[in-house]
Design a protein around this ligand. Structure first.
Ligand SMILES: [Zn+2]
Length: 124
């Protein structure tokens, strides 16, 4: 684990199946996606911290027409963890994911043409 919480650290961890967040060294707020500056107090030092891997769906959207390189339809949403909130892909076997459903982190999903990785959650 590195000292700095940036996109590379976050994406590398995701590829290994780890969900990292950044904790502000000043106000101790935790964020689920890489930020260089704390949105709460403008402090510049965020350190990587493991996030809880279960949460609930805060919002969810069905993407009917997938962007080039993706297979649709699929679901994206904001997942509310105990310690942070983040945008993620949400996978459901048969049911449509709904607000308030329980989800669990299922690793990093890299299917974007540019090689970027996204957090993937599955309905519990
Ligand atoms: Zn802060």
């Amino acid at each position: 684990m590195t000292d700095a919480f940036n996109y590379d650290a976050w994406a590398t961890a995701l590829e290994r199946g780890e969900l990292l967040g950044g904790r502000c060294r000043s106000c101790e707020t935790t964020f689920g996606t890489p930020v260089m500056v704390c949105p709460d107090c403008s402090h510049r030092g965020l350190e990587p911290t493991p996030l809880s891997e279960t949460g609930i769906i805060h919002t969810v959207t069905r993407i009917e027409v997938a962007p080039t390189g993706f297979e649709g339809p699929f679901f994206v949403g904001i997942v509310e963890l105990e310690d942070a909130r983040l945008t993620a892909r949400i996978e459901a076997d048969s049911d449509e994911p709904e607000i308030g459903d329980n989800v669990r982190f299922a690793g990093g999903l890299s299917e974007a043409p540019d090689g970027s990785v996204a957090p993937l959650f599955r309905l519990e």
